[in-house]
Design a protein around this ligand. Structure first.
Ligand code: ATP
Ligand code: MG
Length: 355
């Protein structure tokens, strides 16, 4: 008998978890944790999350207090950037140099870090929100004290992420590193299964294993990294399925969504087979174009949300057996997207041509 999986949150991640459960008739029920009413939960339900913050409403508390609410420890450690950075330091996982902004001498602390600094709200930020760039000489904002941490600005050549999963027995599996491109702090595109250096893959797997084991974590976790002179520094952790893992829906035999369900429902957790080459193009405030479906290898995932400027309303995965074929498909898709999005394809094509 399979357990029912209750997902805290009703966004696209919950929706895609539900879609991944459907072929196995695994019941996945995303729900809104903000509602005041309590729910009828069964004792054998498994509670997992697609978001990290929700209020202590009657339902919000009911979910957190359920006997099978997973990963309370990891959520506590990760949702606050200061605790997250301390966890990385304790586990000796390399990360961007940082300081806590608890004391009143903000200028001194920021000056000591680097010429340019990224100030980040300790909690609640996403898609680059709750972040400020600070340069030596700028006046620090009052409200930063205590609420924020500051990190050295990292002159990275590119960004990668590792998506992996752990089950209750401690078994772990990982996808190959994903190469990511952000604009204004928002993920625009990912490339899955590029041949990244094997030593980088080994390092990040060792770090994420250490983190998941330390936190007794169950499910999919993502780890974003900066690459500087070939060395990796961890940027941040996401204790859930992650946008940079969406390419696995097309490029792997087991998607990150199915992998998460397998881990939390205690189903066999096997190494997902990855084939060919995949690009994920995020649809940020774009209208539905049936034209996307004319591109060989393209799969559209539309989230059914109201379109607003910059809002993540869907993504397109383009999967082909070889790099040369993926390049053909991306050239084709590039000619069909909004002119502002062509830079996303230029970046992707450049990465593929340089490999
Ligand atoms: P997400 O939507 O992934 O949760 P977020 O809003 O939590 O993102 P970060 O991942 O911390 O924020 O930052 C978003 C992006 O901003 C990074 O992927 C990177 O491109 C840039 N960035 C963040 N911190 C730094 C840094 N210390 N140095 C250079 N660039 C940075
Ligand atoms: Mg991030």
């Amino acid at each position: 008998m399979l357990p029912r999986i209750v997902v805290v949150g009703q966004g696209q991640l919950g929706q895609m978890l539900q879609q991944a459960g459907a072929p196995m008739q695994l019941e996945v029920r995303p729900l809104d944790p903000k509602a005041d009413s309590e729910l009828e939960l069964r004792d054998d339900d498994v509670i997992t999350v697609e978001l990290e913050h929700w209020p202590d409403t009657a339902r919000g508390l009911q979910l957190k207090q359920h006997p099978h609410f997973l990963n309370a420890t990891a959520l506590h450690s990760v949702i606050d950037r200061q605790r997250q950075k301390s966890l990385l330091d304790r586990l000796q996982v390399p990360t961007a140099p940082w300081v806590s902004l608890e004391s009143g001498f903000l200028s001194d602390q920021l000056e000591g870090l680097s010429e340019q600094v990224m100030v980040k709200r300790r909690s609640g930020g996403y898609d680059g929100r709750g972040q400020w760039r600070w340069r030596s000489g700028d006046a620090p904002l009052e409200e930063w004290a205590g609420e924020c941490i500051a990190e050295a600005m990292i002159p990275f050549s590119h960004e990668v992420s590792l998506v992996g999963a752990r089950n209750a027995a401690g078994d772990k599996v990982f996808y190959p590193l994903t190469r990511n491109w952000h604009q204004n702090g928002i993920l625009c595109a990912s490339l899955g299964n590029l041949p990244e250096p094997p030593e980088q893959q080994a390092d990040v797997e060792a770090w994420l294993s250490r983190i998941m084991d330390d936190q007794q974590y169950v499910g999919v976790m993502a780890m974003e990294c900066f690459v500087v002179n070939g060395q990796l520094l961890v940027n941040e952790l996401a204790p859930r399925v992650h946008n940079s893992g969406h390419w696995t829906q097309a490029g792997a035999a087991i998607s990150q969504f199915e992998l998460h369900l397998r881990a939390v429902a205690d189903l066999p957790l096997i190494q997902p087979e990855v084939t060919g080459c995949t690009m994920m193009y995020n649809l940020l405030g774009r209208d539905w174009q049936t034209d996307w479906l004319s591109v060989t290898g393209a799969h559209v995932h539309w989230y059914g949300k109201t379109v607003r400027p910059g809002r993540k309303v869907g993504h397109v995965n383009v999967h082909r057996p070889s790099t040369a074929e993926l390049i053909d498909s991306l050239e084709d898709l590039k000619s069909r997207v909004e002119p502002e999005d062509r830079a996303i394809f230029d970046w992707s094509l450049q990465q593929l041509q340089n490999r």
